[in-house]
Design a protein. Structure first.
Length: 157
C-alpha cells in the first residue's frame, strides 16, 4: 500500500467505521462484478483477490480469464474516482481476505477538502494506473504478435 493511502487509513481525521470500513471475504466471493455502478475504492489488507473479465467466444460460450492477482497493500476499484463509469471488470477473492472499503464519494470530498493529503493519494493512484496501463500495453503487444504468428501473417511482414 502506498504511504499516502496508509497514512490516510491511519489518520484520525479519516476514521474507520465512518470514512471507511473493513470487509471480510471468503474464497470465491465476488467483491464486485463488471457493470456494477457503485464506486467504492478497495485496499487489500490481507489475502488475495483476482481481477477477471468476460470474453465472449461465440453466442453460447465465454471465458473468464484472470487478468491480475492482487495481494496485501494493493488498491483496486480506483478508476471510478476519475470517470464515474460502471466497473470494467469483476474482482473475486481467491483466498479468505480482508479489504478496506472506501466509498468513492466520501474519498473525493475528503481529498478535495484536504489537498495536502489528497495530492499524494491521487499521485499514488495515478502511478498505479500508469503501471497497470504499461502492463496492459505489453500484454496487448504480446497477444498481437502471437496472433500474427498463429495465422502465419508474420512471415509476410
Amino acid at each position: 500500500m502506498s504511504n499516502a493511502l496508509k497514512n490516510l487509513l491511519d489518520s484520525p481525521d479519516f476514521p474507520e467505521g465512518d470514512a471507511w470500513q473493513r470487509r471480510l471475504c471468503t474464497v470465491h466471493e465476488h467483491v464486485f462484478n463488471e457493470g456494477d455502478s457503485q464506486c467504492d475504492v478497495f485496499v487489500v489488507l490481507s489475502g488475495t483477490v483476482r481481477v477477471v473479465g468476460e470474453v465472449a467466444l461465440d453466442d453460447d460460450r465465454s471465458l473468464r480469464p484472470g487478468y491480475s492477482d492482487l495481494g496485501p497493500g494493493t488498491v483496486f476499484g480506483e478508476m471510478c474516482l476519475f470517470d464515474l463509469k460502471p466497473r470494467s471488470g469483476s474482482v473475486v477473492a481467491i483466498s479468505d481476505c480482508e479489504l478496506g472499503v472506501i466509498p468513492g464519494d466520501i474519498l473525493r470530498v475528503y481529498l478535495d477538502a484536504h489537498p495536502e493529503v489528497g495530492y499524494p493519494v491521487l499521485k499514488d493512484l495515478l502511478n498505479t494506473l500508469a503501471e497497470r496501463l504499461r502492463t496492459a500495453n505489453k500484454r496487448v503487444s504480446s497477444l498481437f504478435a502471437w496472433g500474427l504468428k498463429a495465422h502465419g501473417i508474420d512471415e509476410h511482414l
